[in-house]
Structures are given as structure tokens and as C-alpha cells.
Design a binder for this molecule. Sequence first.
Ligand code: NAD
Length: 496
Amino acid sequence: MATSITVKLPNGVEYEQPTGLFINNEFVPSAKGETIKVVNPSTEEELAQVHAADASDIDKAVKAARTAFNTVWKNYSVDEISRLLYKLADLFERDLELLSAIEAADSGKPKAQNAAGDVEGAIQLFRYFAGWADKRSGTICENDKNTLAYVVHEPHGVCGQIIPWNYPIGMASWKIGPAIAAGNVIVLKLAENTPLSMLYVGKLIAEAGFPPGVINIVNGYGSVAGSALCTHPDVDKIAFTGSTATGKLIMKMCADTLKNITLECGGKSPLLVFDDCNFEEAVKWAHIGIMSNMGQICSATSRIYVQDTIYDKFVEALKEHTIKTSKVGDVFDDSVFQGPQVSALQQKRVLSYIEKGKSEGARVVLGGNAITGKGYFIEPTIFADVDDSMTVMREEIFGPVVCISKFKTEEEAITRANDTTYGLGSAVFSENNSRCLRVARAIRAGSVWVNCDNTASPRVPFGGFGMSGIGTELGTYGLDIYSVKKAITVNIGVKL
Ligand code: NAD
């Protein structure tokens, strides 16, 4: 099969889509000619067939990365690395329209209201980490007078990176930016059903001037290509974003070769609305916190706890605001807020949770059904009076479905917010600053948003407690996970 095809997007734009495995700056076919069908979730039509890597393809990509690391890459200065990341950001900016359109068609993100923001976020992120590439520094340790001890930050080497389908460009940029800034080389495995935008980015990586083998991008099934990357003896680190179930598997697979790991997994994040909040703001942010990206956000605030004094008013206001704001439909219509779920499987999974919520007695305030016709669309759904023991309140649904419940006291709200095995995101709404600061400290979550929800910035770290994962991405902490701290002790005075 060819390694590129002409694709015509639903907005009429035609472009050359790479479909091969991006290894050594070239698109090559998979060894056995295996392919994966990529479907437009809005229309259920095929967009492309892309090559699927097996273990031998992964080995080829790892060898390319290792060779680059041991030869050309180690001679690159920090200025040159920085310039490459800036250049990549510039190319993303040049191709913003096309990248957003590919992302919209492939993953069902409304182009204007969602996909474009992901591309802009990646541009900002590459520039942020480009800025760090030439500012990395270790430390000098105060030791004894006879030694000079200092610490240098060495790259791990070959980083295997595995990303999910909910933010193909977003999650890839979170992985590529800091890893490259810290001097590593990469084999990035895409989520099998949303590979198109990042395969296109392969072209931009070559155009930016990255040496062959520094960034390799492969598509393939998790159980085949993903596991081959995790078990490969010459991969030094695995950085994974995806479900908690897969995160557990990856941790086990990495154990044999004792790989350094970062796991960004799932969540069931709480949002607390106190009666002293700015009510309109709380309603608007609550909507963004769960309904953005079709609810397919790991840190989506999917459990809303509202103080009893404003509970009924809040439920009604969130319903009205959602009806007004969550326009569902054509992802190429600029006024559309919500597209389809990413796949038939995800649509089925979310609908089965909705049915479970209904059967367990949660009150449907809004939605609760699939939208008939082509595409994997689901109505934005609000459940109220949800009991903490119900499945919909405990498990990650990963769809436009929110559960609301009422509380009386601050202490109760905190206890119930923390009643989860996850600990990724959270939000607090109150105009009482002392309360906000108190609650923010008491919530066991990697991110607490106060009077806002799910804001993201490359400068602000992101990670979680418990089943939400291991390690922190973004910010200086996110740079830190991509290096090993090497201590060098020099004898400057002791004679034996
Ligand atoms: P997933 O775990 O099914 O897949 C994620 C990636 O892992 C894909 O590339 C997949 O091919 C790969 N994979 C699957 N099985 C594998 C295996 N056995 N070995 C190696 N790789 C394997 O998750 P998903 O359904 O694609 O994504 C949704 C999940 O991602 C949600 O749970 C969400 O919360 C989570 N997520 C977390 C974050 C975060 O930063 N914490 C961000 C986005 C998404």
C-alpha cells in the first residue's frame, strides 16, 4: 500500500495525507502491510487506511531513534534544539487551518471551537519548551573542601510515548516538547483511530530540520505496537497517556526492563459549588468543565456537588445554559460546540453508562439519548439527584454526561469530593477566598481550579494522585521527568 494518499476533507480542502510509519524522517510501509481504517466519526465514512506497526516496525523505529541519539543528536547544541522547536511551532502556525481541519474530520472535534484551540495550544507549548531547551542547568553541591560535586541533567535516551485519541495533537505536543527540550529522542505511538493529524506533523518535523530518527511517529494497535514499545529492551522511558486500565498494564510491561515511566491516566473529577459563589460564572464554567471536547477530557469535572441552598436553581440554570450553548452538529460549522464521540465503540460505551444511570435511579434533567442519523452523536446529558454509590458517579464515563448532587456543609463537600480512587482535576466555586484556599488544600487532586475549570497552560504542571497516574507533565516539572540527574564528584585535594 502507498504511504500517502490525497484526502478530501468535508470542508472541500484537498491535501496529501501521509499514511506510512514516520521513521528516519521518511514515511515507510509497515513490514507486513497491515493497515487500520480511519473513520470520520461525524459521517462514519472512511477517511484513509494507514499503516499499522507490528513489533518488527517498532524495533526499526527504536533502532532509528537509538542511532540518532548516539550519533548526530548528541552533537546538537542547546541553541540548535531550541531553534528546531521554535521552527516546528512556526510550521504549526503556518498550517493551523489545515491541521485543525484534519483534527476535526478525524477525531470529531468542532474545528473552530475546539480543534483550532488544540493546535494553538501546541504552538504555545512548543515555544514554551523551546525556551527551556537552552536554559537547562544542573546544580553544584556544597560538599567537602576536597571535592567538587555537581549535577548534570542527562536525557534518558530513547523515549517511547503513547497517546490517546481525545487530544491527538494536544497530547503529542505535551510529550514531544519537553522530551526534545531535554535532549531525548522519541518513538511516538499514536492512538489507532486518530492518527491523521500527527502523521501529517511528520512532514513538518522533517521540514523543520530535525535530524532523521530524532522523532519517529508510528501508528498501530495498543496490544501490538504499544506493548512492543513497552517491552523493547532499548527503550529507556515510557510516557503514557490513556486509561487507567492500560496504565496498569504498561507499568507491568515496563517492570521487566525497569523503564522509567510517566502515566497520565483517567479521572472522575469533582466540582464544588458553594452558595457564596458568583452563580452565573459557576454555571458557565461547570458547562465548560464537562461538555467541552464531547466530555472526552481526563480531568473533566463530571461530578458536581452543589450546596443545598442553591441546588435546584443551579440544576435548572445549567440545563438552560447547556441548551443555549451546546450546539451539536457539523464540526465544520463555526457555531457548533459539540461534535460526535470519537468512535462507535465510545458512543456505545457512553450510552451504556447513561442507561445504567437511568436504571440506578438518577434523574435525567437533560438529554440521555443518542442523536439518530449518521455519526456517533450523543445529547448533552445532565443527571441530578445522583447518589454517590451510583455507577455514573463512580466510574469515568468520558462523554458529555454530568452527575449533580447536593451537599450541606464544606466538610461534607470535601469528604465526598475525595471519595474516589482517582485524583486528577477538581474545581471550587466561592467568593470567600479563605474557603477557596482551605478547600483547595483539602482536595486530593493534581489540579484544583478555583473559580474556573479545566484551564490548561504549558507553564502549569498537570498530574494526579492515585489511579490518575504517576508523574507530572508540563511546566518545569514536566521538563524534569525527561532527564536523569547525574552526580559528578571530582577529587580536587585528597591523595591516598
Ligand atoms: P487507552 O488506554 O485505551 O489507549 C491509550 C493509548 O494506549 C492508545 O495509543 C492505545 O493504542 C494504547 N494502548 C492500548 N493498549 C495498550 C497496551 N496493551 N500496551 C501499550 N499501549 C496500549 O485510552 P483511550 O481510550 O485511548 O483514551 C481515553 C483515556 O485516556 C481516558 O481514560 C482518559 O481519562 C485518559 N486520558 C488521560 C489524560 C491525562 O493526562 N491524565 C489525558 C487524556 C486522556
